[in-house]
Design a protein around this ligand. Structure first.
Ligand SMILES: [Zn+2]
Length: 300
């Protein structure tokens, strides 16, 4: 069950709107499904839609063999499936025979470098980028906008390099003078499972993604992992009013939440996210239910 709903008072956030309102308690089965989806899906809301095809490690990652930059790119497999990788510029320009490294799986390189970064930034005393260090260590890191994640990576990392022969990642972190080297643990073979999960999230209806994000935030708030909601809003690239709207979704009736999280109606995909705003502001669940029926019929 959603145990503790005192976050509003604790965070003293938008108290005027929420005074006297309490988030709906959804049933155990639905809550289990929320947690299941949260566990399976990273909550990136804009997966790789960036126009310039930038990757998290663009401008940061270099090929150890050539000293060239590695650029982020992708191929489409079976028409839809994106395989993302970082490609050595030298290999791109002069051919694969010129570079032993050639390319590296983007997702695995990103995950490994973030893992290394998390381990190392903890030890930096008096970092001038305290907020960015906190952001990368925070459980909400995965909910940040891609642009915000990339900005933070570029602030924290001076440069990184990849050596496929030695299976090493080198990294120079701002605030730590010397270059450090780590095992890369990156396989050349592409791991199918993860991208399949990402694709699955991409297919979730927008209203479901928002409600999942609301529960995700609520969980962290009740566990005390987020102390400053304004800062959380900034990290996620939200304005305060957007964040307040998202948390407001917890006031939807249990029946509506269950339908949004677990329903398979096609209309869920068509309902614009903002339509839930009016709905969640209604205190009366019967009124919510009438409006919900109306919204669904206009978008079916
Ligand atoms: Zn190279």
């Amino acid at each position: 069950m959603l145990k503790n709903h005192t976050y509003i008072g604790k965070a003293n956030y938008n108290g005027q709107i929420y005074q006297g309102l309490h988030p709906a308690i959804i049933d155990e089965e639905t809550f289990r499904k929320v947690n299941e989806k949260l566990a399976h899906n990273r909550l990136d809301r804009k997966p790789y839609k960036n126009k310039d095809c930038a990757g998290l490690l663009s401008k940061v990652l270099k090929c150890k063999a050539c000293g060239s930059s590695m650029i982020h790119t992708y191929t489409l497999k079976k028409g839809r499936h994106k395989y993302r990788y970082y490609l050595c510029c030298n290999a791109q320009k002069r051919g694969y025979s010129e570079c032993p490294v050639r390319y590296v799986n983007a997702q695995q390189a990103e995950e490994r470098i973030i893992q290394i970064l998390r381990g190392e930034v903890k030890n930096i005393k008096n970092s001038p980028h305290k907020a960015d260090v906190e952001a990368i260590l925070s459980p909400i890191w995965n909910t940040l906008f891609f642009e915000e994640q990339r900005r933070i990576i570029q602030i924290l990392i001076q440069r990184a390099d990849y050596d496929s022969a030695a299976k090493k990642i080198g990294i120079v972190i701002n605030g730590i003078p010397e270059r450090m080297e780590f095992d890369s643990n990156i396989k050349k073979i592409h791991a199918k499972g993860r991208d399949a999960q990402k694709r699955q999230l991409g297919q979730e209806p927008p209203v479901r993604k928002s409600l999942l994000l609301a529960h995700h935030l609520n969980t962290h708030l009740t566990e005390g992992k987020i102390e400053d909601l304004n800062q959380a809003a900034a990290w996620m690239g939200f304005t305060q009013s957007q964040l307040s709207h998202i948390l407001g979704l917890l006031h939807l009736s249990p029946a509506i939440q269950t339908e949004i999280i677990d329903g398979d109606s096609k209309s869920l995909y068509a309902i614009p996210e903002y339509k839930l705003r009016d709905l969640s502001s209604k205190i009366n669940w019967t009124r919510q239910s009438e409006l919900w029926t109306e919204i669904k019929s206009t978008h079916s």
